[in-house]
Write a protein that binds this ligand. Structure first.
Ligand code: ZN
Length: 145
């Protein structure tokens, strides 16, 4: 059995961004030489998330607006009382991003069959940065043969 570990790095834009990482993960599968198995991806941050959904530009705008309404950044949050926390004073006020990350989750598992990720026609693997812009990492582990 092959076990292949790799990290994907990406630079995100301001605010909430949805980043299609399907192609990068396909490259990792090719590098791993695994034909049949499973891959696990996990975002390595507390204000990011992963999901599988349609990467359509108007839907991405809907998602950003929905998240903004669901967990408004301007609401009062204890985590945003930077002066009361033991942290650098330039820490961002990003409680909304942590809360969204917890709701969305930060890992996905996907079947690999004949060297191909088993996603549906309209499915993409999406990394959400909920507090960009930042340099972000996604861990990928592929197990199989
Ligand atoms: Zn924070």
């Amino acid at each position: 059995m092959i076990i292949h570990n790799q990290t994907i790095e990406l630079e995100t834009v301001k605010g909430i961004s949805l980043n299609n990482i399907s192609d990068q993960v396909c490259d990792v599968i090719a590098t791993s030489k695994v034909q049949n198995g499973v891959l696990t991806v996990n975002s390595m941050h507390t204000t990011t998330a992963l999901c599988i959904n349609e990467f359509e530009s108007r839907l991405l705008d809907d998602v950003r607006l929905f998240f903004h309404d669901l967990v408004p950044p301007q609401n009062k949050y204890l985590h945003n009382d930077i002066h009361l926390r033991d942290c650098p004073q330039d820490e961002p006020e990003n409680a909304h991003a942590h809360l969204l990350s917890m709701l969305l989750g930060n890992s996905e598992s996907i079947i690999i069959c004949d060297g191909v990720m088993q996603l549906g026609r309209w499915q993409s693997l999406i990394m959400l940065d909920l507090d960009g812009p930042r340099k972000r990492c996604v861990g990928v582990q592929i197990m199989g043969e």
